[in-house]
Structure formats: C-alpha cells, structure tokens
Write a protein that binds this ligand. Structure first.
Ligand code: GLY
Length: 614
C-alpha cells in the first residue's frame, strides 16, 4: 500500500468512528516564537488536552507534517527521518483504552492487512507515581495478543511527553503512559551489537515502532504528577513507517516517497558507494532535502539563527554527502528535489505552488556553500601539512563555515588523520565562550555585531533615506531586521514598488556608498535632534538625550541621512562595498518589505534568477 492510500484510509476509518478531520497545523508555527517546528500531532492541541473546549468536538483526527531536529544525527539507519507525517487521533475526555486499542488493532489488521503474527505490543511497567498498565494488558489479551508478545518497559520507553520522562517534564507539561505497537521484519536478523537478545525496542532494525497511543491524563506540577481534568487519548503513528510495514519493507528509504529519489542519485553519482554498499549518504540527502522542501514552502530562509539555521544545516549536510558521491555541482539536486516533492503536491498544494521558490531557496544556499568550500579549500592548499590538525579544522569552520567532514576528506588525501573527538572539544570550548559573550549583547535590533551586520546596519540607514528621496517624505519605517546575510526593511508606502523605483533607490544607495561619506555619531538633545530633521522610529520611546548617526560630508548642511540609533556603524559608507536589493514583499495594508544584501560581485545571476518583485 502507498503512503497516500494509508493516509486516506486512516482519516476515513476514524471519520467513520465519529471523528472530525481537522486540517494539520503549519510545520512552521505562525505565531509561536517558542517553537521552531511542529514536532507532533498533539502539539497544536495542547490547550484542548488540558481541558479547553475544541470547536470541532471531542474526537479529532488528522495527518500532521512534523520535524524533529533532535533526530538529525540518527538519520542513516533504516527508519529514522527528521521530517515525517504523523497520523493522529484524539479523544478529548471521550473514549479511552477500551476503544482506542481495539480500533488501532482493527486499522492495522483489517485496513492495512498486517499479519497479526508480526505485531508486538509494549506497555508501561509502572513507577512510584503511576501504576502498571494492567488495564491495557487486559484489552490486548482480549484482542488475542499472546502474553509473550507483550513487553513491559520503564518510563524511558513507555511514557510520552514532549519533554520526555516524568522527571524531565517541566511544570505545566502534560504526558502519560503509552502502549506502542511494533512490526517485526523477519527478513532482518538480529545484530548482537545491539544486545544479546532481540526485543521490540531493540535498535537492530528487526522491529519497527508503527504506532504510539499516549494515555494523556497527567500534568506535571510542583508537587509531582497530577491528573488532568479528563482522560485523553493522544495517538501518533508515523505514516512512512506504517507504509514500510504494509510493504514488508524494513528500509523506510525504499518506500515510494523516497525510492525514486534514491534511484536517481545512484544514476547521477560520479563516484562513491552504491546504495546497497553504504546507504548513509543517500539517506541523509533524501531525508534532509525533503525536510528542506517543507521548510522552504513554509517560508523559512537559510540563516545563522533558529529555523533558518536548521534549514541551512540540512542543506549543507546533504551537500557534504553529495560530495561523498562525487557530485560537486548541482546534478544531484535538480532531479532529486522534484522527485521528493511530487508525492505531496496533491495533499499539500502549497508545495506545488511554491516549487520554484523552494528550488531557488535551496539552490542559492548551495551556491553560497560552494563559495564557502572554495575559500576553505584555498586556505587548505596554502597551509603546510604540519599545520593541518583539528585546530586548523575548527578555524576553517569558524572562519569559512567549512564542515569538518570536508576538511577531513581533504586531510585524508594528504595522509593526515583528524580526530572528530578532538575537533568537537574545540567546538565545545567555542560554544561556551560565545554563550558567555552573547549574554546581553543583542543591542539595537541587531542579532550580532559582526562586520557584515554592521555594514548592513549602515546600509539600512542609507536605504531609509533613499526611499524617502525617491518615493516621498511619507515613507515611514515600520520595522527592520538585520542578520549577517541580509537586511530587511519594512515601511509604509501605498503602492508596490515598480522595478524602476527599486533600481533608483538601489542606485542612490550605491552612489552614497561610492561617495564614501563619513558616518558620525553625536549625542544630542532629543527635541533639537528632531527639529534638525533626524528620523526617529515612532514605535520607540526615547530618553531626553539621544545618540544620532549622521551620514554626510558636512553635518551642518546637506547630510544624506540622520537617524536616532544605538549603532554600531561603519565609519564611512565606502566600507559597505555595494548593496543589492533582491526582493520585495507586499505585506498588505500599505506595508512593503525590501530585502537587501551586500554585493559579492555576483549580482548579475541573482538578478536574473530571482527577479526583483514578487
Ligand atoms: N504524541 C505521540 C507521539 O508523538 O508519539
């Protein structure tokens, strides 16, 4: 059975049992700054599991795209993926164990026609606070599951909350004991590397967890676990895994959602192992790219922070693996991407609609990474062999973003062995240091004070002034955000900007950069500064005395820009180099957004590929 059929069958099955089909939440939560990505079907339902009334009723079902960053290093075996679709059904204080377990059993054995002989069950063995789950045992036995196929585990395996075991749950988090179902692939032999005897939770790959029912009836409080107002059911089952079980295919990467992309990689690869010799590079590429497709469709852009950083990491990690297959250009990407996206275009129309944008986001990041690697490579070739060590690898990472794996590849060719453990020590030391340094240093709306962000900060002032000069004095800043990659500037203006207007603004900014105007910092009385025409951000309240940055040769007459600002800025505009406005977004309600970046001499291709307006 295909994933698409299973998704359909599942929704229909629970609909017939009086469940309302609810639309999945976005993978990238729109208004929840605390969560990077939706990571389970229950996440958007937490308030309702805690007792709030759900508008759709007490029986819900959906299929939820999820992303789990914590699994990124697990990808490579036969079953772990970072992105997956979770089939979920919920009882908000309605039915409980006596219905849920027989229903799921019926779905597995009747709808998916999984042989009963291959199904195993796990249950919570109990703790000082929560009793052993005898009730579920009775239900499973009544369904005909023999006791020797029912395994008991502790909270580490058979307790679920978003934070882990009861001890790991923060106050206010909800959770409960679980009952999981496992499928046994008898074509896979147990590997004693994972323990003497095989069992459902063994990591050897013979067993696959295909469904997890959480009896969500506890909340963590100061005093320990407390019962929630209602006994809820929170079921989650990985669609990809259920598909693999239905196809009796122990390798999840061989189901139709991945197999074409894997085959394509085998065709286009230039060197390196075949899939059956070493599947890891293939698995990492297809898993990470599929996740990247969904993230880019959700509007995430690669960056050095939060969601953008995870997307960047996924793309760069897949590129590292592509190089292991001898592919240094984009040959691996152009066909792989559509093959991974196409199974989703019907169910997720956004993916279909955004394919060109997704492609562009990923391709641009790859181009950027290629430049990084080229720079790192130059440095490597310049360095004498006795200086190539783990410290050098770390420096290459810190300075050029050169991944350890690539430096290690290169070092190997010169007969030098680099130790990942020693390298990791350098990374850890640096992380500790940067954590200390970063405490309290996010000033003036800047994410950091690196050279690139400082240049872009001054460029933002130039852009603001240029917009006023070109479009009119009504232009008013509504917000800005600067990273090392780009600046983003929001402003009020009634119309979408025409290409010629953007060009005029960009030209004026670059003209002021070419004039190499001094950037001066002064402290002035607020009212006086306002009178002189300095621009203040109306959303902010300022003290009586303010810092003002002025761009211009003569501060008393003819300055180009004057703004209230905490800095930092470059000392003269020439230091910026040049700037490229590469994107406009219409935010609606008379609000426009422009994106600009520092030019690195390749603006021609950005212009042609991306266009200026969208
Ligand atoms: N909420 C159940 C699961 O994620 O497995």
């Amino acid at each position: 059975m295909t994933a698409s059929t299973i998704r359909q069958k599942y929704l229909a099955f629970f609909k017939a049992k009086d469940h309302q089909i609810i639309p999945p939440a976005p993978l990238v939560p729109a208004d929840d700054p605390t969560t990077l990505f939706t990571n389970s079907g229950m996440q958007p339902l937490v308030p309702y599991l805690k007792g709030q009334i759900h508008p759709m009723g007490r029986r819900l079902v959906d299929s939820q795209p999820c992303f789990r960053a914590e699994d990124i290093d697990e990808v490579g075996d036969n079953r772990h993926t970072t992105f997956f679709e979770m089939l979920g059904n919920w009882s908000l204080g309605d039915y409980f164990k006596q219905d849920q377990l027989p229903w799921f059993w019926e779905f597995l054995t009747h709808e998916l026609k999984l042989p009963k002989a291959r199904l195993y069950i796990s249950l919570f063995k109990g703790s000082s606070q929560v009793p052993r789950d005898q009730e579920s045992l009775k239900v499973w036995k009544k369904l005909g599951v023999p006791e020797n196929k029912i395994y008991w585990y502790e909270a580490k395996k058979n307790w679920w909350s978003r934070a882990g075991t009861p001890e790991e749950m923060p106050e206010g988090e909800i959770g409960g004991p679980t009952s999981e179902v496992f499928f046994e692939f008898d074509s896979v032999d147990h590997n004693t590397k994972y323990g003497k005897a095989c069992h459902p939770n063994c990591d050897c790959g013979r067993f696959l967890e295909i469904g997890n029912t959480v009896f969500m009836e506890y909340e963590k409080t100061k005093q320990g676990l407390k019962k929630l107002p209602a006994q809820n059911v929170d079921f989650g089952g990985g669609l990809e895994r259920l598909t693999a079980a239905s196809q009796n295919q122990p390798d999840i990467f061989q189901i139709e959602l991945f197999s074409e992309a894997v085959k394509n990689l085998e065709v286009v690869k230039k060197s390196g192992p075949a899939y059956n010799q070493d599947p890891l590079p293939y698995r990492v590429i297809v898993d990470h790219l599929r996740a990247a497709v969904f993230m880019a469709a959700g509007g995430v852009e690669p960056s050095n922070k939060d969601r953008g950083y995870i997307l960047r990491r996924l793309i760069r990690r897949s590129m590292v693996q592509a190089r292991k297959l001898g592919m240094e250009q984009d040959e691996w990407l152009s066909n792989t991407l559509p093959l991974l996206a196409s199974p989703y275009t019907k169910t997720y129309p956004l993916i279909d609609k955004k394919i060109p944008e997704i492609n562009q986001t990923i391709t641009q990041e790859i181009d950027k990474f290629r430049q990084t690697i080229t720079r790192g490579l130059k440095e490597f070739n310049k360095t004498s062999p006795n200086q190539i060590n783990e410290r050098f690898a770390f420096k290459s990472l810190a300075t050029y973003g050169m991944p350890f794996e690539i430096t290690q590849e290169l070092a190997q060719q010169r007969g030098i062995k680099l130790d990942k453990g020693v390298f990791d020590e350098y990374v850890k030391k640096h992380q500790d240091l940067s954590r200390t340094v970063s405490t309290g240093m996010f000033k003036g709306g800047l994410a950091d004070h690196s050279e690139a962000t400082t240049k872009l900060h001054t460029a933002t002032h130039l852009l603001h002034a240029a917009l006023k000069k070109v479009l009119g004095d009504h232009v008013r800043q509504e917000g800005s955000h600067i990273t090392a990659e780009r600046l983003r500037f929001d402003f009020a203006h009634p119309r979408v900007l025409a290409d010629e207007e953007i060009k005029k603004v960009e030209d004026l900014v670059n003209q002021k950069i070419t004039e190499d105007l001094p950037v001066k910092k002064t402290i002035e009385a607020k009212n006086q500064a306002l009178k002189s025409g300095a621009m203040a951000f109306f959303k902010e309240t300022y003290p009586d005395k303010v810092t003002v940055y002025t761009v211009g040769r003569d501060l008393n007459q003819g300055w180009f820009s004057k703004e209230f600002c905490g800095g930092p800025h470059v000392t003269s505009t020439g230091k910026i180099g040049s700037v490229r406005i590469y994107k406009q977004k219409n935010l609606g309600a008379g609000l426009r957004r422009l994106y600009a970046r520092l030019n690195h001499g390749n603006h021609q291709s950005i212009d042609q590929n991306q266009g200026r307006t969208q």
